[in-house]
Write a protein that binds this ligand. Structure first.
Ligand SMILES: Nc1nc2c(ncn2[C@@H]2O[C@H](COP(=O)(O)OP(=O)(O)O)[C@@H](O)[C@H]2O)c(=O)[nH]1
Ligand SMILES: [Mg+2]
Ligand SMILES: [Zn+2]
Length: 323
């Protein structure tokens, strides 16, 4: 029996990199050993194995050429340390994008596409729920001009104030890439961001041995007739870790059981929520709410509060089975 990490996979074929030899094996799955236990209100997950999973597998063919891809059979999936999930197909299905990551890099760009704080907030929230450390990476810093400078610096101040690590980079000019590389180290990390922010460009700039990465192209897609599904892919790094290129998450990816739990993951509310009149205050329209007062006085950033309301609303709809 061998152990390896799933680099990427479609339907029932998964490419596994052996933990010891780093050789790749194209694997199928054996039987029903791999049924998932996860479901949200009966949304079943289709794929039992995702990019990032650590699996036990049995090689069935090992080519003599060390660079050639072998063949094997996945026997079992090892327990996940964490996982990044999203709803898809308008909330009908749940998909795990990737598993077992050491740090989540939220990738956004200064311009084209523009910075989207709601996306950043959603990812910070998801990572906090999963207890995964995050770094915000602002790419295309070469495009920072006077028109957006003030807006950008304000945003940067807000996240820095929250104690979140933020790195400015440019895949085009190379600015900040050393810092980013240091932060990645030999870990297994995930790059999450909308299409076009420069995830592929950054991976290529950091790990130029991956000559097959396509820039300006949408992520690897698999057409299943009516649904087009996008998959994450792990790229081995020269430091012995992996960078995961995940598809842009347009659909919701935050899961907590009830709307009342959302506020706990807004660390900006710490120091205020204890001052609210009601101990179970949800900071919406309750009297003597210290969080609302802090938003009014500018002690809590209004766009963060707005994100809180939007996420809470989504969790409520999920609970009420409206999505
Ligand atoms: N100006 C500028 N353009 C960039 C930078 N990084 C990527 N791009 C461009 O942004 C577009 C999308 O990049 P890509 O890596 O495919 O984004 P992905 O969809 O997130 O993987 C391409 O046209 C890149 O050339 C950057 O640092 N500066
Ligand atoms: Mg890409
Ligand atoms: Zn309150």
């Amino acid at each position: 029996m061998s152990v390896g990490r799933v680099l990427w996979g479609v339907k029932s074929i998964f490419y596994v990199q052996d933990r010891q030899t780093s050789r790749q094996f194209k694997c199928v799955i054996k039987g029903k050993v791999l049924d998932t236990d996860f479901n949200i209100k009966n949304r079943k997950e289709r794929s039992p194995v995702v990019a990032g999973d650590i699996v036990d597998y049995e090689p069935t063919f090992t080519p003599s050429d060390a660079d050639a891809i072998g063949e094997g059979v996945i026997i079992a999936r090892q327990d996940r340390k964490n996982e990044i999930k999203r709803l898809k197909n308008s909330g009908r299905d749940v998909q795990t994008l990737t598993a077992n990551i050491d740090r989540l890099f939220i990738i956004d760009s200064i311009y084209n596409p523009p910075l989207r704080t709601f996306f950043i907030d959603r990812m910070i929230f998801s990572a906090d729920v999963m207890a995964i450390p995050v770094t915000i990476v602002i790419n295309k810093i070469d495009l920072l001009d006077d028109a957006i400078k003030d807006f950008y610096h304000h945003i940067k101040e807000v996240y820095t104030g929250l104690g979140i690590d933020i790195i400015e980079v440019s895949a085009s000019t190379g600015i900040g890439l050393d810092t980013l590389n240091d932060r990645i180290g030999s870990q297994t990390v995930s790059f999450n961001g909308h299409s076009g922010v420069g995830k592929s460009s950054l991976i290529k700039a950091l790990q130029p041995q991956h000559t097959d990465i396509k820039i300006g192209d949408i992520s690897r897609k698999y057409d299943r007739g009516t649904h087009t599904t996008t998959f994450a892919q792990l790229y081995p790094t020269s430091q012995g870790g992996f960078i995961t290129d995940t598809p842009g998450i347009r659909e919701f990816s935050v899961f907590v059981d009830s709307p009342e739990l959302v506020e706990w993951h807004f660390r900006d509310f710490d120091g205020f929520r204890d001052e609210c009149h009601y101990p179970n205050c949800q900071h919406i329209d309750e009297p003597d709410c210290a969080v609302l007062a802090a938003v009014e006085h500018g002690d809590i950033e209004p766009f963060r509060y707005e994100s809180y309301l939007r996420m809470r609303e989504t969790i409520q709809m999920l609970k009420d089975s409206k999505i």
